[in-house]
Write a protein that binds this ligand. Structure first.
Ligand code: URA
Length: 440
């Protein structure tokens, strides 16, 4: 095979065969193809798109470029996973993993660090002093088996081709291509080895996908890929025009997740977690158990109120070396030195709480990182006290900023204040979910 022929074929809009896609991924990962040829192919894909078959072939070729786990062998039963396309205040994994595990469905998940406005799940977990995200393969498996829950960074070399191609996409303006995004996400999910996957595709100003149509297309493409790869799939499209829950920032989000695990927490965040956990149980029940959505919901609410889910979270933290005193007393999590509350200048209805502006306000305080390896401040962030549609009085608190460096407050304050719009006429609350797609 010759790379130039593949490039010409894709440039002219023809579909590549499975053999061609596998060859390309193998050669590029092995260092036998130069970046400029891979970049040219990515650009051709970006412009010409890919068929469903090509997208699946690309995903599987990337998934098989490294180790592919078979989680049900490790866990001794059906394995279920979740993935979020990423959003502001999205600490869902911290709640749904222990919640699902508390219902007797083991979960073994590898998560990532964050780039941009706030940390990823691993950064958030590191707010619990001592929590070890770097587990050996053996330890990962042992904890999965003995505790029914483990949550770490990557223990295996999962989909290394995606890592290389993503870095190239980043510098060649080829990130925003639907088949490339879908195959990138799904290659890692398939390599991570679950039988059933719940995808949470975010839509809105604080998400990758700004329109419902784009989010639906991405969700459908990922459901199709998973289905063709033999996985059970559910994708939900959820709102990311305003932050999820109240807390945005690493330790703040852990504290909010703990509150939720005790049956409290913000209403929207709790409802979101119940929905995602419900879909995970539905997949894990494989049509035989947990088919009654209302009964599942009641079970999940019970597991929050009786602290069964919290106990699983505590076990998770303890098993991975975390200081459980911080889990028992979240006030001992990293605390920022300064707090500042912004109040409403006038009464009215909340017309907007821009997820993007709130994210930038948290980033400005040091909650996120610009590039891989940058340090982040675990204690800082923003708490948002209002939701779109709320009726508020003059002087009501809108947001609290948590800062360690007062000099960073000014820009953060401006961003947070600009995020929120108050108007005279009533506004409908934003929906939590827009759509659900199932496969096969
Ligand atoms: N997340 C990924 O893992 N890959 C993409 O291409 C976009 C988001």
């Amino acid at each position: 095979m010759r790379a130039v022929e593949l490039l010409a074929k894709k440039r002219d809009g023809a579909a590549l065969s499975r053999a061609e896609i596998e060859w390309f991924v193998e050669q590029y990962t092995a260092g036998a193809l130069p970046d400029y040829q891979a970049a040219a192919l990515l650009m051709a894909i970006c412009i010409r798109g890919m068929t469903r078959e090509e997208t699946v072939d690309l995903t599987l070729a990337m998934a098989h470029s490294g180790e592919v786990l078979v989680l049900h062998e490790m866990l001794g039963g059906y394995a279920v996973d979740k993935h979020s396309s990423g959003g502001v205040g999205d600490k869902t994994t911290l709640v749904v993993l222990p919640l699902v595990a508390s219902c007797g469905v083991p979960v073994a998940k590898m998560s990532g660090r964050g780039l941009g406005f706030s940390g990823g799940t691993l950064d958030k977990l590191e707010s619990i002093a001592g929590y070890d995200v770097n587990l050996s393969t053996e330890r990962f498996e042992t904890l999965a088996k003995t505790n029914g829950i483990v949550l770490s960074g990557q223990t295996h070399d999962l989909a290394p081709a995606d890592g290389q191609l993503y870095a190239l996409r980043d510098v060649t303006a080829t990130v925003p291509s639907l088949p490339l995004i879908a195959s990138s996400i799904m290659s890692k999910k398939i390599a991570a080895g679950a039988d059933g996957i719940v995808l949470d595709v975010k839509m809105g100003t604080g998400a990758f996908m700004n329109s419902l149509e784009d989010a639906r297309q991405l969700a459908q493409t990922m459901v199709d890929i998973g289905t063709d790869a033999g996985r059970d799939m559910i994708a939900v499209i959820s709102d990311m025009n305003q932050p999820l829950g109240q807390a945005v920032g690493n330790a703040l989000e852990v504290a909010e997740a703990i509150e939720t695990l005790h049956g409290g927490g913000p209403d929207d965040f709790r409802a979101h977690c119940l929905e995602i956990a419900g879909y995970m149980l539905r997949l894990a029940g494989q049509g035989a158990r947990w088919t009654d959505a209302e009964a599942v919901r009641e079970l999940l609410i019970r597991q929050l109120h009786n602290d069964a889910a919290f106990d699983k979270f505590r076990l998770l933290a303890e098993a991975q070396g975390g200081d459980v005193r911080l889990v028992d007393h979240p006030r001992r999590l990293p605390q920022a030195a300064h707090q500042e509350i912004l109040y409403a200048a006038e009464a009215g209805f909340i017309g907007q709480v821009s997820a993007l502006d709130i994210a930038n306000a948290a980033f400005e305080l040091g909650a996120g990182r610009e590039k891989k390896g940058d340090p982040i401040d675990l204690a800082v962030g923003v708490r948002v006290h209002v939701k779109v549609g709320d009726l508020i009085a003059q002087g009501a608190p809108l947001v609290t900023l948590y800062a360690n460096d007062e000099t960073r407050l000014e820009r953060s304050r401006a961003l947070a204040a600009g995020a929120i719009a108050v108007q005279d006429s009533a506004v409908d609350p934003l929906p939590l979910f827009y759509d659900v797609l199932c496969g096969p």
